[in-house]
Design a protein around this ligand. Structure first.
Ligand SMILES: [Zn+2]
Length: 325
C-alpha cells in the first residue's frame, strides 16, 4: 500500500491555499483559489470542498489515500468542536461548523486551529524551529500573533487563547490597543505599530533623516520603509528600529523566562527585514532574559514564508492521537 498523504489548507481573507504533503512534511503539490466571502462567507466552505474533490480527481487520488485534512483559519477557532466564529475578513460572524461540513463533503477526517498556531506548527516542524520540541513563534504582520509548542504539543490553554503574544503589555502607559488595553506589543511591533512609533518619534526629532523627511512630507511610509532606511544608516530610522526591537526583546525575554523554549521564531511581513531585525532583538534580549535561559535560547527568522500555513495545518492531522499511521 502506498503511504497515505495529508492535505493542508491555509484559509485567508483573499486566498485559500491548499497543499498535498507526505507524512514527513514534504509538499508534493500546491494550488490556491480566491476566497469568495460574498453572501456572508457562505460560499467559502462549498468552494473548498469542490476544489479538493476536483484536484483529487485530477491527480487520480481517492479519499482513502489521505490520513486527514488540516486547516488554519482566522477568527476564534474551537479546535475541539471544529468550528470558527468571528472571522470578520471572511464575513463569518456566526458559528461555522467546518468539521461537519468538510468531513461530510469529502469523506476525509478534518482538523482545524487558528492561523497563528498553525504557522507556529509549520515553522517548528519544517522551518526555523528545526523540529525541536520547545519552540515559540511570533508573527509580526498587520497584527502580532503567536503560537507556543511545548514538548512537541501546541499549547492551547484553558480557553483556547494561549499564544496571544501580541497582547503582552510592553508599556503600561503606551498606545491604546484594539483589545481595550494599553501598550500591547502589537501597538508597537506590528506593521502598523512600527509606523505609528516612527510618526510619534518624528515629532521630537530634529536631525537629518530621509525617513523623518518622508513623514513630514506626508509620503507613504510603511514598516519596510522604516527598516530599509535603518539598513541604509539613517540615524532616526535606527532609533525607531531599536525601540521596536527593544519592545520585542522585552516580550521575548518574558516568554523565554516563563517557557524556556530552545528557539523563538520571528515571522510575518515585518520579519522580511531578516537578520538585521533578528540581530537587534538578540542584542536587547540579553537585557531581559534570565542568564541561564539566555544562553540556551536562539532567536531566528522564520524560513517557510507562505508555506508555513499549509505545512503546519497538515501536521494537525498527525498530532491527533486518534489517527493511526
Ligand atoms: Zn492588546
Amino acid at each position: 500500500m502506498l503511504e497515505k498523504k495529508l492535505i493542508g489548507i491555509d484559509l485567508g481573507g483573499t486566498t485559500v491555499k491548499f497543499a498535498i504533503l507526505t507524512t514527513d512534511g514534504k509538499v508534493q503539490t500546491k494550488w490556491s483559489i480566491v476566497t469568495d466571502n460574498s453572501d456572508n462567507g457562505q460560499k467559502i466552505v462549498p468552494s473548498i470542498i469542490e476544489s479538493i474533490t476536483h484536484h483529487l480527481e485530477l491527480y487520480g487520488m481517492k479519499k482513502e489515500d489521505f490520513l486527514g485534512i488540516g486547516m488554519g483559519s482566522p477568527g476564534s477557532v474551537s479546535h475541539a468542536e471544529g468550528t470558527v466564529i468571528g472571522a470578520y475578513n471572511l464575513n463569518w460572524r456566526t458559528t461555522q461548523n467546518l468539521k461537519e461540513a468538510i468531513e461530510s463533503g469529502t469523506g476525509i477526517p478534518f482538523f482545524i486551529d487558528n492561523d497563528a498556531n498553525v504557522a507556529a506548527l509549520g515553522e517548528q516542524w519544517m522551518g526555523a524551529g528545526n523540529n525541536e520540541p520547545n519552540v515559540v513563534f511570533v508573527t509580526l504582520g498587520t497584527g502580532v500573533g503567536g503560537g507556543i509548542i511545548l514538548n512537541n504539543e501546541l499549547t492551547r490553554g484553558a480557553s483556547g487563547a494561549a499564544g496571544e503574544i501580541g497582547h503582552i503589555v510592553v508599556d503600561p502607559h503606551g498606545y491604546d490597543c484594539t483589545c481595550g488595553n494599553k501598550g500591547c506589543l502589537e501597538t508597537v511591533a506590528s506593521a502598523t505599530g512600527v509606523v505609528r512609533l516612527a510618526r510619534s518619534m518624528a515629532e521630537s526629532y530634529a536631525g537629518d533623516s530621509s525617513l523623518n523627511e518622508s513623514i513630514d512630507n506626508g509620503d507613504t511610509v510603511d514598516a519596510k520603509t522604516v527598516f530599509d532606511a535603518a539598513k541604509n544608516g539613517d540615524t532616526f530610522a535606527n532609533r525607531v528600529v531599536d525601540e521596536v526591537c527593544n519592545y520585542l526583546a522585552l516580550a521575548c525575554g518574558n516568554i523565554a523566562n516563563t517557557l524556556n523554549p530552545s528557539t523563538i521564531v520571528i515571522g510575518g511581513g515585518v520579519s522580511r527585514a531578516g537578520e538585521f531585525l533578528a540581530e537587534k532583538i538578540r542584542e536587547s534580549f540579553k537585557t531581559y532574559a534570565f542568564p541561564p535561559i539566555y544562553q540556551h535560547t536562539k532567536i531566528k527568522i522564520a524560513e517557510l514564508g507562505n508555506d508555513a500555513g499549509v505545512i503546519g495545518a497538515s501536521s494537525l492531522v498527525l498530532n491527533q492521537s486518534t489517527v493511526e499511521i
